[in-house]
Design a protein around this ligand. Sequence first.
Ligand code: SAJ
Length: 420
Amino acid sequence: MKITVIGLGYIGLPTAAMFAKSGLDVIGYDVNLKVIEALNEGKIIIEEPGLGPLVKEVVSTGKLKADTKINESDVFIIAVPTPINEDKTANMEYVKVAAESIVKYLKKGNTVVLESTSPPGTIDDILLPILSKSGLNMGEDVFVAYSPERVLPGRIIQELEENDRVIGGINERSAEKVKEIYSAFVKGHIYTTDSKTAEMCKLMENTYRDVNIALANELAITCEELGINAWEVIELSNKHPRVNIHQPGPGVGGHCLAVDPWFIVEKQKNGEIIEKSREINDNMPNHVFNILKTILEDENSKIGILGITYKPNIDDTRESPILKLADIILKNSNYKLALHDPYVLKENTRFKEYMVNSVEETAENADILILGVNHREYENLDFEKLSKLMKFKHIYDTRNFLDRKALEKLGFKITLLGRG
Ligand code: SAJ
């Protein structure tokens, strides 16, 4: 069986490599020539633990090859990006182009799989009309299904194999066919359903978290107003066997939780809570800024920020709420800014001129130090030394990460997000 994977990004490439490892012949296609060239040399241009050696192995055995054009295949897997437009709708152009590109190679007995995160109804409204141009009967001659991943960046290889999957076909035969194909490497359980349900599942999984984080953020703001510690409320409430309040913070980042809920919103006629949650989470950087304004007396205060990625221990800054905070500070105040992140190279951000090389430089002469991201590198900082460098010993912990009591002993004043 020959499998063609269209789109060799964070999901397409690992998926292609997993199929190849299971012994199938896989052809990878991408519009980016750099990806193709690298792949044919057994190399990758993205960072993901374990992916490099895996790709090297399957390229050397000849099971995975890259090509600059699409050809006949038994299975076509579309794993192209679905970015978000300015108006918060999904940009489906890459999916359309990918679907168009396979029409003329489609044959009876082929299977087409969509992996890209898409609004509910994409298979019915976008994919099927395009594939039908082949003249073949969808569901009878060609099997079509939606098969989204649920992997966590940093653990992609492991989770592709181990996680359960939901596969939604345009009919039962399609779902069963695609289940059989993915069983080549998926060890988790594969549940089958219709395509629209599977599309909604993928979006709802991330929306569930986004809405729950919004609830935690609302709780945090309310607790600040009422003089309560939200973190203690969460810890104690979560002792209830059926309660799982999420963690508040300076906002929600990444290309999934901050984006996927909008793909539901665009299709809703009567929704409220999903959009409101997005607004609440998107507003958290503003909330942090407003708190800063009440703390800082000098218009020219220096703010040092530790951590700019969207979550700890990775180098990804996409949709990072801390970078939104940096933008807000620069646009609306005269505060001076120093940004530090052990994972991010200066050259890789548009905040180059504000990035400093050490925590000490961040703290030097600062009026306040903000803990933006709970990177493990910030766990055991020498706060005694830092306190001597700072103008005021003041820390704003947006993650409830630092040892408040120990810092207070060193003379620090601690502002904690969510504590009144
Ligand atoms: N966050 C909070 N409070 C929390 C949890 C997270 O503020 O209680 C924030 C984080 O700081 C971060 C953001 O949310 O800014 C998202 O982080 P994350 O680790 O929860 O999720 P992602 O975006 O890295 O990966 C998610 C995963 N989805 C779920 O856990 C439901 C992953 O399984 C998906 O495959 C991935 O999105 C995707 O590609 O859709």
